[in-house]
Design a protein around this ligand. Structure first.
Ligand code: HEM
Length: 164
């Protein structure tokens, strides 16, 4: 055996267990994620991951999130997809705008300052999506915590009134 061959084997023997442990760890993490997915059947979206489903990519479905629950609204791509009248709600959690009809500054899950009555109207929309046979639930959104020191979103000058 040449000297360099011997060195290579020695190196492989030394680094071997470390590599094997890393592979086992990676498999364990992937397995845990798979088990979580299979047991709940749900995906968990970061806001960045969710934004990919805003309708701009025709090859992907369109998702909305309401109060952290993600629905596939591709069945109504005309309305939620690119150029649709409610496209601004896609690929994000715009819960506040469901209440206020303000589709400029309220495209956020920040519900600070909403009255009980206003929060009830969000319940109505939550139930609308939950009960809709057209819109399957696909997972949950990991809503980032709202900084209590940040400003409450400004109301729009001309919000839409609620659906009758
Ligand atoms: C708080 C205010 C409002 C909110 C949050 C809101 C939200 C929505 C949402 C989420 C949809 C899609 C429903 C679905 O998936 O089937 C929708 C549809 C619709 N909305 Fe509104 N809306 C508001 C006010 C209004 C107002 C004031 C009007 C009329 C001037 C209006 C007209 C429509 C129409 C026509 C559709 C059907 C769209 C279509 O099929 O082309 N909305 N709305």
């Amino acid at each position: 055996m040449s000297e360099s061959e011997g060195e290579r084997r020695e190196l492989a023997a030394r680094s071997g267990p470390g590599v094997v442990l890393k592979v086992i760890l990676a498999l364990a993490i992937a397995g845990a994620a798979l088990i979580a997915y299979i047991s709940t059947g749900e995906r968990s979206f970061s806001m960045k991951a969710l934004s990919a489903y805003d309708g701009s990519n025709e090859a992907l479905p369109v998702y909305i999130s309401i109060n952290g629950v993600v629905y596939d609204v591709s069945a109504n791509r005309r309305v939620y997809g690119k150029g649709g009248s409610y496209n601004m709600m896609a690929g994000r959690d715009a819960s506040r705008s469901f209440i206020t009809g303000c589709f400029e500054t309220h495209l956020t899950h920040d519900l600070r300052g909403m009255t009980d009555k206003e929060l009830e109207s969000l319940e109505t929309w939550k139930n609308f999506f939950k009960d809709s046979p057209k819109y399957p639930r696909v997972g949950v959104a990991k809503l980032p915590p709202i900084d209590p020191n940040s400003a409450i979103p400004e109301p729009c000058a001309d919000p839409k009134s609620a659906h009758k």
